[in-house]
Design a protein around this ligand. Structure first.
Ligand SMILES: [Zn+2]
Length: 139
């Protein structure tokens, strides 16, 4: 009888993992996609910085005339400013995603304030002690 009970629990565990796994995967890939974009932006920023250094050098050794230098420098600085702005946006998106993730995990693992039992998401009453729960406060 106990063995049957254990098997049921084990099976239930497997089913939960199978259902939850794809959900976790999609959440994780959202962060991964963001970090990929950020990496791309960081590479672009580094390229622009080295182009600026090169331009500076070429100007100093007289390979670039002053009027071209001014124009090229302005363009590169504008590009760099745009990339830096995009990086800020990306970093903020990643921060938000992580914050959502943490909030989500916190909601998933709420415990009963009176008995400490682990509660299911959006539970109105504790299954262990029957205490009424403030659902709105946990959102
Ligand atoms: Zn309780």
């Amino acid at each position: 009888m106990i063995l049957l009970y254990l098997e049921t629990v084990l099976l239930l565990g497997i089913v939960i993992v199978l259902i939850a796994y794809p959900l976790l995967q999609t959440r994780r890939s959202a962060v991964a996609a963001n970090t990929g974009e950020t990496e791309e932006l960081l590479l672009r920023r580094d390229r622009l910085y080295s182009e600026l250094r090169e331009l500076e050098f070429d100007y100093r050794v007289g390979k670039v005339p002053p009027e071209d230098y001014q124009e090229l420098r302005r363009q590169l600085e504008n590009d760099a400013a745009r990339v830096l702005q995009a990086i800020d946006v990306e970093v903020k998106e990643i921060d938000d995603e992580i914050e959502r993730e943490v909030r989500h995990l916190r909601e998933m693992s709420t415990t009963c304030p009176s008995c400490g039992a682990t509660l299911t998401a959006n539970a109105r009453f504790c299954a262990a002690c029957g205490a009424a729960l403030k659902v709105a406060a946990r959102r």
